[in-house]
Design a binder for this molecule. Structure first.
Ligand code: 3PG
Ligand code: MG
Length: 376
């Protein structure tokens, strides 16, 4: 399972190194309409790799995806704000940042011609994109077929910590899952349920679960095509904690809020878990041996809907358990609450974390290991 490390690369001085990072960060628009990086956790997380290479005399070309532009250029998803923030963090140096890889359909299609264009002119490849290592996309799986390749510092550390979570989890193991993408996360949750003692569900995806449990969810988002599988999970006899109360917003009068639930009448939309639910989740976290948290529990960017995520974040910080927070949004929430250094591991990947726990491997890791024999 060992990944090739930076030290395994041939001489890097004077060489051109293509570094795939996950610089997919939230952007905000300032008063003048300019987009800037709202949270730079993922940028700072990849600096040790970039600095290691520069200090040894390499030229670095960073590449990343940003959002989901579906294979077409979208000026609102340009990497320009990322480039600006990186320059502030790194100063002027031999670092170039390529435009959003997903502006080209070849990236997600893993098109060999796109891989060839990407690697052209580079001598070495480093994958530091843990958050995207579960995507079998061109920039993740393509370069190790031709370039000497290694895992960056961030990728290597993430994999090592998650291996510990799997192999030496102190019971009880509690997983708290929020965010959106119910359909995408379901197979992972199913696998997770074999390993965890309790799965607590909040965030946008809880409405699909609540509906599957026979609740009224009002105007809250439900992923219809995931309902059946949610029902099966709920009937599997495993311990799944769903919200017992919710903070809801009136659809036609967004300034009107109420705490209710878990049933919501039509015309209302759930935006956060309620206080009783937050306290239940916090108790679970504080009495666990190991906790994995993935995905915000509500629309926390809006302070009116941040309380649930904050309660969970504070419980993570206070818990004596081995605590792992996975996912760009949950990590950003920990940072926003000033608690980022209070957990044992803040992961830069959400989906990647769950998929690594489910399958024990990721396409990006397998690609790096496949390169290894070429060295000998
Ligand atoms: C993420 O933010 O989850 C990663 O950057 C992967 O992005 P994706 O889900 O659009 O592939
Ligand atoms: Mg994400």
């Amino acid at each position: 399972m060992r990944l090739p490390a930076l030290e395994d690369l041939p001489e890097v001085a004077g060489r051109s190194v293509l570094v795939r990072a996950d610089l997919n960060v939230p952007l905000v628009e300032d008063a003048s309409g300019r987009l800037t990086v709202a949270d730079d956790f993922r940028l700072r997380a990849t600096l040790p790799t970039v600095q290691w290479l520069i200090e040894r005399g390499a030229r670095v070309t960073l590449c990343t995806h940003l959002g989901r532009p579906a294979g077409r250029p979208d000026p609102r998803l340009s990497v320009a704000p990322v480039r600006d923030r990186l320059r502030e963090l790194l100063g002027d140096g031999p670092v170039e940042v390529l435009e959003n890889l997903r502006f080209d359909p070849g990236e997600e299609a893993n098109d060999p011609a796109f891989v060839a264009r990407l690697v052209a002119g580079h001598d070495l490849y480093v994958n530091d994109a843990f958050g995207a290592a579960h995507r079998a996309h061109a920039s993740i799986v393509g370069p190790p077929a031709t370039l000497p390749s290694a895992a960056g510092r961030l990728l290597a550390r993430e994999v090592a910590v998650l291996a510990r979570l799997v192999e030496r989890a102190e019971p009880p193991l509690v997983a708290v899952v929020g965010g959106a993408k119910a359909k995408e996360k379901l197979p992972l949750l199913r696998a997770l349920l074999d390993q965890v003692d309790t799965l607590a569900v909040g965030g946008a995806l809880c409405f699909t679960f609540l509906r599957a449990a026979g609740r009224e969810v009002g105007d809250s988002p439900v992923e219809e095509d995931a309902l059946e599988e949610c029902r099966a999970l709920l009937e599997s006899g495993r311990r799944i904690e769903l919200p017992v109360d919710l903070v809801a917003q009136r659809s036609d009068r967004p300034e009107e809020l109420a705490t209710s639930g878990p049933d919501l009448p039509s015309g209302w939309r759930g935006m956060d878990i309620g206080e009783r639910t937050g306290e239940r989740f916090a108790t679970l976290i504080e009495s666990a041996g190991t906790v994995l948290w993935n995905g915000p529990l509500g629309a926390y960017e809006d302070p009116r809907f941040a309380a649930g995520t904050r309660l969970v974040a504070e419980a993570m910080a206070a818990s004596p358990a081995f605590t792992v927070v996975g996912g760009g949004d949950s990590a950003a929430a920990m940072a926003a609450f000033g608690l980022a250094d209070r957990v044992d591991h803040l992961s830069s990947g959400g989906g990647a974390t769950l998929e690594l726990l489910e399958k024990g491997d990721l396409p990006g890791l397998a690609a790096l290991r496949r390169w290894a024999p070429l060295r000998r």
